[in-house]
Design a protein around this ligand. Structure first.
Ligand code: ARG
Length: 476
């Protein structure tokens, strides 16, 4: 058995060690399974524009520090531009066995410009390089996500402006509670998305430091002008600690947390709309363009888009948990575990962008059934609180007024009447304080009008909130 095992062909190795960036101290190539297992090219290739940009800036900084001659710098920069063209044109010869995007770019540069390309990695490590690439990418993503959130806000504001005077029941415990106007309900989401938009902005401002120069962990040993490099790459400061610079993934975590919270907000909006689209509610109809049918039930129209917006919050939470868990307990500084940050991060980016692409047109195409909402707004004793408030204005302590109106509601239920259906004589049987104007207090319109303080549902107050929302949205 032993001798047969010895005769077995040696394990096929992947790329020769000399091809690796780190091949010098290795006498044999990696096991192909190990090579596949450790490679990240399949997912980190999307970072190429940022990787090339960082390398161009680094080459210029090396030249300023006297580590590259002007002609070496120009050769490297031109070479990187050629690499970039190949990448942009889709003709770049990606080699999965070269581990990651950083190695692919550097190797290709060497192929194109020769040995001088080997000077690019002076004083730099893939550890500070990946931290930089991720920050540059994050900056771009944050700008896109914030623009997408703004488009969603603008659509909601437009729909709210149409419906400032459209009453519907407001709910607590999913039981009809008090009348509100639809514009008020829609604006609630505008303010949630405003916080989300600000959160992504905060995340970007905390990620505004240069990590390049940290090298592997201890800082570069060459006199590179990091402040100038920071400026060149659009960062306002240099990271003050090299260990932190290469081992920190807070910016990604903040993005993931922001995405999870945004997903939660949008899941609630989607849930409201899905509920409103039921036959039982009938408050909204989805456009055919944002609904799907059933393969068996010919009559069905399903709010798939809204359901999936609700459903995708699950993976946004999962991605946050995945990266938090990966980072937990990692000793300083860089560890390969951190390569696991990318797929969840990119998945949240893609998921959020996909949601934000479909949400504004879906919202714009909703047909609100304001007639049905209006009818429902006054049902189920929705203005009972207003009747109690009427008595309070006549000096009755609120607790007593609450109990008294509770008895009126019980009476109405027994008699099969609505509050508005009660005559003054019947009301006076419960309290002599009821006058002619008591009936007015019971209308939906009066109930709405009464809530005119800041943040209330009175159309007048909602108009003020609408103006505020427009101001906030117009801000960067
Ligand atoms: N692919 C790596 C990552 O995503 C880049 C940094 C690798 N550094 C290293 N020493 N293996 O984290």
């Amino acid at each position: 058995m032993k001798s047969r095992a010895r005769k077995r062909k040696p394990a096929r190795t992947g790329v020769a060690p000399s091809e690796k960036l780190w091949g010098g101290r290795f006498s044999r190539g990696a096991d192909p399974a190990a090579e596949r297992f450790t490679g990240s090219l399949a997912f980190d290739r999307r970072l190429w524009p940022h990787d090339v940009r960082g390398s161009v800036a680094w080459a210029k900084a090396l030249a300023k520090a006297g580590l590259l001659s002007a002609s070496e710098r120009d050769t490297i920069v031109k070479g990187l531009e050629a690499v970039q063209e190949e990448l942009a044109a889709g003709t770049f010869p990606f080699r999965a066995e070269l581990e990651d995007i950083h190695t692919n770019v550097e190797r290709r540069l060497q192929e194109l410009v020769g040995d001088v390309g080997g000077k690019l990695h002076t004083g730099r490590s893939r550890n500070d390089q990946i931290a930089l690439d991720e920050r540059l990418y994050l900056r771009e993503v944050i700008a896109r996500v914030r623009a997408g959130l703004r488009r969603a806000q603008e659509t909601l504001v437009a729909r709210a402006a149409e419906t400032v005077d459209a009453p519907l029941p407001g709910y607590t415990h999913l039981q009809r509670a008090q009348p509100i106007v639809l514009g008020h309900h829609l604006l609630a989401y505008v303010f949630m998305l405003q916080r989300d938009r600000e959160r992504f902005g905060d995340c970007g401002s905390r990620a505004d430091t240069l990590t390049l120069g940290a090298a592997a962990l201890a800082g570069t040993a060459f006199p590179v002008d990091l402040e100038a490099l920071a400026k060149d790459l659009g960062f306002s400061a240099v990271s003050p600690n090299s260990l932190d610079a290469v081992s920190d993934r807070d910016a990604l975590l903040e993005f993931l947390a922001g995405a999870a919270i945004t997903g939660m907000h949008l899941s609630r909006l989607a849930a409201d709309l899905t509920l409103w689209a039921t036959a039982e509610f009938g408050f909204v109809e989805f456009s055919d363009a944002f609904a799907t049918g059933s393969s068996i039930m010919p009559q069905k129209k399903n709010p798939d888009v809204a359901e999936l917006i609700r459903g995708k919050s699950g993976r946004l939470y999962g991605n946050l948990m995945a990266v938090l868990t990966t980072m937990k307990g990692l000793p300083l500084a860089y560890n390969s575990d951190m390569q696991e940050d990318k797929e969840p991060f990119f998945d949240s980016v893609d998921t959020l962008e996909a949601i934000l692409a479909v949400l504004p047109p879906m919202l714009a195409s909703l047909a609100f059934r304001t007639d049905r909402m209006r009818r429902a707004a006054g049902e189920n004793f929705a203005t009972a609180t207003d009747l109690a408030d009427y008595l309070v204005r006549k000096g009755v302590p609120f607790r007593q007024a609450h109990a008294l109106v509770g008895r009126i509601v019980r009476f109405c239920e027994a008699e099969g009447k609505s509050l508005e259906g009660l005559g003054l004589v019947e009301l006076r049987r419960f309290s002599p304080l009821f006058d002619d104007d008591a009936k007015d207090a019971l209308t939906v319109e009066a109930s709405l009008r009464a809530r005119a303080l800041t943040g209330g549902t009175a159309p007048e107050a909602v108009r003020r909130s609408l103006a505020l929302a427009r101001t906030l949205i117009a801000r960067a």
